[in-house]
Design a binder for this molecule. Structure first.
Ligand code: BYC
Length: 329
């Protein structure tokens, strides 16, 4: 009798595994045909988990990314600069919200995602663990960090998962304004006094290599790229995007008289690309392991902000409950 029961179960398993195989094949066919996958559609569990990992990391990066710039809101040199920076930092909060919203459609709660960030389980972009030491850093962050973000995120507008791809359209429009305001700060500094020019060069020197690291490990060490590209979550590999960024950004530096801090940087007439020096992957791994210049400070600030906001979350929940009780009565 027991054996019979086991036989039955395994036959059921086989049927469900066969069903799953059919579903997976038709899912991949939809992806290959450039159809968007929507929240209620069947999807492989690993696709769902990959998206939750990437979208939530992206959302966390937007929220943590407010800190290095927020640091300069009270010190921006003019009222105009202050209001632009304020709008930019608010945009980043908005991006975090769209992205958490997109991830929620995959069946994870915002509380769980935020919990994973605060416990240190979830990652956020390595770039935000570097300090913004001078006003020129705000220019460099806008120009290089938002510039790298756009390069990575424009292809995400064509990501196979509908809610993520649609969220990215608006994010990219705003990032594009962010990049221009950053470059404009650099233009103005390079037209200024010798001291201002030196400040702009120093910011480029410090932000160049970390910006290249934003694109992630080189393709041979990128554990997720091959599968994410087959699922059309990623459209280009990490190295391809990094190369596009270098090719676009070096002439922008040259145009304003700045020097990219890489002795191996060279334009190759044949390939029509810049070849560039080796990235310090040890530094990248060190930052990912939590030992960058600002990792501890960023997490401490985020945890404190979360604790300080507890009363707002409680008040909002009480208000929503009161209204749903009234609607039900
Ligand atoms: N920092 O197999 P790989 C912004 C991790 S915010 C930290 O290549 P994947 C902005 C990776 O997660 C910019 N970790 O992974 C905001 C994985 O670890 P796990 C954020 C990194 O996912 C405010 C492992 O290394 N943008 O725009 O295929 C102001 C192996 O890597 C990093 C996004 O998040 C890194 N730099 O590719 C201004 C865009 N790189 O998860 C601007 C969406 C890699 O296995 N994300 N890792 O533990 C992506 O496009 C991809 O997730 C990545 C990595 C290209 C970042």
């Amino acid at each position: 009798m027991y054996t019979q029961g086991l036989d039955q179960k395994s036959a059921e398993n086989e049927t469900s595994m066969a069903d799953e195989g059919v579903a997976a094949a038709s899912f991949q066919a939809r992806v290959d045909a450039e159809e968007k996958i929507e929240a209620k559609d069947w999807m492989p569990e690993a696709y769902r988990r990959t998206l939750i990992r990437q979208i939530s990391q992206h959302a966390h990066s937007e929220i943590i990314g407010m800190q290095p710039e927020g640091n300069w809101l009270t010190r921006a040199p003019t009222l105009r600069r202050k209001s632009i920076l304020l709008a930019k930092v608010q945009d980043e909060a908005g991006h975090g919200h769209y992205l958490y919203g997109a991830a929620e459609t995959l069946g994870i709660s915002r509380d769980e995602m935020v919990g994973d960030l605060l416990s240190g389980k979830a990652k956020y972009s390595s770039i935000f663990n570097y300090p913004t030491l001078t006003w020129a850093d705000i220019g460099a962050v806008g120009w290089l960090v938002d510039g790298a973000a756009i390069m990575n995120q424009i292809p995400l507008c064509r990501c196979s998962y509908g809610p993520y791809s649609r969220a990215m359209v608006r994010v990219c429009k705003e990032e594009s304004f962010h990049q221009r305001q950053g470059y404009e700060i650099m233009v103005e500094l390079t037209r200024g006094s010798d001291e201002q020019k030196a400040m702009a060069q120093d910011a480029l020197n410090r932000w160049w290599w970390p910006s290249l690291m934003m694109f992630g490990p080189s393709d041979i060490n990128s554990s997720h790229s091959a599968q994410s590209m087959a699922w059309k979550i990623k459209r280009f590999s990490n190295d391809e995007l990094r190369q596009k960024f270098v090719d676009v950004t070096v002439p922008q530096a040259t145009a304003i008289g700045l020097h990219v801090p890489d002795v191996d940087l060279q334009y190759n007439e044949e390939t029509e690309h810049y070849s560039f020096g080796e990235i310090d992957w040890q530094e990248f791994q060190n930052v990912l392991a939590g030992n960058g210049q600002c990792n501890r400070e960023r997490m401490q600030t985020r945890r404190q902000a979360h604790d300080n906001g507890r009363w707002v979350r409680e008040a909002a929940a009480a208000y929503a409950k009161k209204h749903s009780n009234r609607a039900a009565a």
